[in-house]
Design a protein around this ligand. Structure first.
Ligand code: GUN
Length: 291
């Protein structure tokens, strides 16, 4: 058996196309959706992600402003930038690219972003709404993208054994909450670095969400035949045959495609879905702020 590949690029474009009429309606009212992205330092991967967000904004007709700050910037100065963007009425979405330098309190920065402009969905208020079962607001983009991927693939989540590997604030925790919610109704297990017998737990899972950031950690033989496998990892591994000297790979051994029923590739799987949901959150925030 060979898995069906979940094409995140194609699904992401479908989501972006569906946003077009809402963006046109806003523009007809004289409102142009505007996303501001703050990036601190020169982490190459973060710069690639931010560039991809700008390209998506251009594709969708969303204004994007990028604020580059030096890696030595103080917490106070980042807070000042966020406060200025909060009070700028022409800006509807604010995103501070993670990771920040270790000296910066990331949660302080995130909770300073106006919850109405928090297009990452990381503010305590937006996460609080999510925990209470309200999915109508600004949801974290990667978990929301995974849910869309499952929905657009007509995957029935109800009653399925879902295994989330990783408990991060950005992906693992919020996706585990979403999958367990009423109407989605999966039975969720969260595995992490202290989990024992992961291979056995994996073999019980109908749906695996791998979000640990370790290259090809989930082995092909851990995947139950026919399972849905969503690979969130984007890992750079050395590859002397490439001009760049590296290649991108996920958290799942690509050989798992032989066992799985469906698998999301890396690159071209969850990444474009995350970006499409960022565009969707920016439009939602603009609609809310311009009511
Ligand atoms: N770094 C990696 N993924 C993300 C994301 O979704 N949002 C932000 N702000 N930073 C990230």
């Amino acid at each position: 058996m060979s898995a069906i590949t979940l094409d995140g690029r194609e699904l992401g474009r479908t989501i972006e196309k569906d946003l077009m009429s809402r963006i046109d309606d806003l523009k007809a009212k004289g409102v142009s959706p505007h996303l501001a992205v703050v990036i601190v330092g020169d982490d190459p991967a973060s710069h690639v992600y931010v560039r991809n967000k700008e390209i998506a904004c251009n594709r969708c007709g969303i204004i994007s402003t990028r604020i580059d700050l030096d890696s030595t910037v103080s917490e106070q100065d980042i807070l000042k930038v966020v406060e200025r963007l909060n009070s700028d009425e022409s800006v509807h979405g604010i995103l501070v690219q993670s990771p920040l330098p270790p000296s910066i309190d990331e949660s302080l920065i995130i909770d300073t972003i106006s919850p109405l402009k928090d297009v990452d969905g990381f503010h305590k208020m937006n996460l609080g709404n999510l925990v209470q079962g309200d999915r109508s607001g600004l949801l974290p983009c990667t978990p929301a993208g995974i849910m869309k991927m499952l929905e657009l693939s007509d995957y029935e989540t109800s009653g399925k054994n879902a295994l989330v590997i990783g408990r991060s604030r950005i992906v693992g925790m919020p996706i585990s909450i979403l999958l367990a919610q009423k109407g989605i109704d999966s039975t969720v297990t969260v595995a992490h670095s202290r989990t024992k017998n992961l291979a056995d737990i994996c073999l019980q899972a109908d749906l695996i969400i791998a979000a640990i950031g370790r290259a090809e950690f989930v082995k092909s033989e851990w995947v139950k035949p026919g399972a849905m496998v969503i690979d969130v990892g984007i890992n750079r591994v050395p590859d002397p045959t490439r001009k760049s000297g590296f290649r991108l790979t996920g958290d799942v051994d690509p050989e798992a495609a032989k066992n799985a029923g469906w698998i999301s590739p890396v690159p071209g799987g969850v990444g474009p879905m995350t970006i499409a949901m960022l565009m969707s959150n920016t439009v939602l925030a603009t609609e809310f702020l311009s009511r």
